[in-house]
Each structure stands twice: as structure tokens, then as C-alpha cells.
Design a protein around this ligand. Sequence first.
Ligand code: MLT
Length: 250
Amino acid sequence: MPRESVAGGIAIVVDVLRASTTIVTALEEGASFVKPVSGVDEARRLKHGDFSSCLLGGERGGLRIAGFDLGNSPAEYTHSVVAGRGVLMTTTNGTLAIERCEAAREILVGSFVNRTSVARSAFLLASKYGIDAIHLVCAGTDGEETDEDILGAGAIVDAGIVAAKGHSLFDPCSQKASFEFLRVINGSGDSRGRLAARLRQSLGGKNLIRLGMDSDLILAAAVDRCRLVPYQCSRTGTLMSFDDLKCIDS
Ligand code: MLT
């Protein structure tokens, strides 16, 4: 994605397996902030400098990085571990995608778990600034789009159409992804199980199964489990919980 394509707009970064799901979870469980960092060395350098009280989290090849406190599984980011702590996080694709959105006016992080809140917050910001486009930025894997992120974007588009009472600020081609999301969850029986089954067939899903982390797919498939929306503070570069009331009032 060319960096300038999101310039001045609202960007929602989507990496459902697993960076965006894990960032939402960390903040929901009480982390004071998550600072996305592109490189492992940079994360270690920050930890030895101004961010010494932070936890180090993230992955390379899906696994926890040597010497880090946490990997990239949402299951690790529990209240007892992260509450009141900052987290320096570096992942292969997700944190890089956030960095590539630096020209956006606002950066939010979205996943299945917060798809309604993130869609609603994006619309609030868009109307506050008079912006008529919201960019869904799929992190993908090594520069390639992945099925799971497109499906996650579809979930957000679907919620966004409801939030905007039928009018969409998303690109018309993104509607195809929302139809696919609805097709997956609207079959018979348990919709979370169906979504997890679909994630198992995706590139990111297959990687996690190979690493024995199938349970992360179930966590990622919990649609609307969280109300929290991470947004990036332009001053500090940290992701914090977006307070939509503050946004409307200011
Ligand atoms: C990434 O940023 O590439 C992913 O979140 C990978 C992972 O979770 O293993």
C-alpha cells in the first residue's frame, strides 16, 4: 500500500491473526498503552531507555521473541499481566502496517472482536473532520493480502453500514468482503465456530495451526466481544483506548 493513499484520512488497520486482535485485548485488559515498534532491536533499545517499565511483546515467525515478556497471542494479555503497564509491541506485519499509515489523520485498530465499535468510532471521526473516506488497511502477510484480513475488513464494513444507517463511507468494492463475512456467519448453528473454521483455512490460520496455536483462532473469531477501540496518539505514537465521547465533545 502506498503510504500516501491514506493521507489525511481515517485509517483502520486490520490484522485479525493476530496483531490487531491482541492490541485490542491488551488495552481491554487494562494495559495503559501499546507502542507499536517496527523492529526487534528498536523495541529492546526503547526498553533500555525511556520505556523501561514497559513489557516487551510480539513475535517473529509467530513465536515469542527471545528475551521478550510476551508473544503475540491474545490469551497472554490478561488483566493480571498487563493492567497498568505499557507494552512495546513488534510483529511481522501488523505493527508495520500501523507505521505505514503515519500520513493518516487518525489511525484506529480493528478486528472481529471490536468491529462494531471501531466502525462507529471511524464514522464519528469522519463526521467530526468532514472526511468522506475511511481506509481499511489490511496488514496481510509479507506484502500479500490475506483472506482473514479481508474477511475482518468485511466485518467492519458490515457494522459500518449499520452505523451510518445504510450509507457507506467505505470503498464500494469493500462491500464484497462484507457479503462474504455475512455468508460465513449467517449459516446454521454456531456463528463463532463457523468463523473460526473459515479462519483455519486462511494463510494466517494455517500458520497458527502449524505452531499449535489453534485456540487463538477461536479468540479472534469472537465477534464484538470488545467495545474498546485503539487509536494512535499523534504526539506519542502510542495506541490508547479511544474515547468517542471526548471525540464528539472536543
Ligand atoms: C503479524 O503481525 O504478522 C501477525 O500478527 C503474525 C502473528 O500473529 O503471528
